[in-house]
Design a protein around this ligand. Sequence first.
Ligand code: ZN
Length: 254
Amino acid sequence: MGFLSWIRKAFSKPKQLSRLEKIGNVEAVCPSCNVALEQKPKRKKKCPGCGNFIYVRTRPIDNKKVLITEAQIDLIEEQWAIYHGTHDEYLAQKWIVEQEKAELAERLGVPPAENDVQWSLLNKQLIEHSKLGNWGLYRNTRFEMAEILRKEGKLKQALLTYLEVCYLDLNGPNNTGGTTNAEILKDYPPFSADSAFLAPGIIERIVRIIKKLQIEPIDVRNMFNEIAVTQQANLKLPISPEQAWNQLEAQTFK
Ligand SMILES: [Zn+2]
């Protein structure tokens, strides 16, 4: 363990486990209307009594599976943060989200959707990561954006973003932490082929979208090229779009 992380651990606040609460119903009872259910649901389900969604979570106080309302989802999440001793971080993150929500609401004149808040925050992260040359984190943020697009059913946009992430991965993105020291950057370059990889989970997502949208390989190639050429020019990436495509193609169309 490094000295800094030792310090952090030694002086971090004690977990406040006394603040854990028995949230939710252990029994097969709707958390909204208290109607008895025939069976305790194992995942999100609509209550036959009141029509509200019933959510299933594990609560940290006794590790029991409980039925909760939508409004209690955040409470359980907060309980886990208390349990893990990360309540301060949880509250800080929540504050950032609330700020962003308020800012967007003012700009749009209506309360923003949850995904729009996330999207806006991710865009800010992208700017921060690229400013500091943290290309590993930049890549992670682009991946999260692709996930949002996929969940919103914007599959073509999602596919484009997954392809972009693959191109970044094949160039081995590193975090340089804002250094401009040429000596350090020589040893720890922003991109290095020896840390290149392709994530099987992303390939899977790409393959599924291609099948669903029935996109021809040649069109996937064109989509990839369009993004990769721009990326290579902007970020001065060592692996050419052609080289990268050969690897990606071998994984995607086997
Ligand atoms: Zn109900």
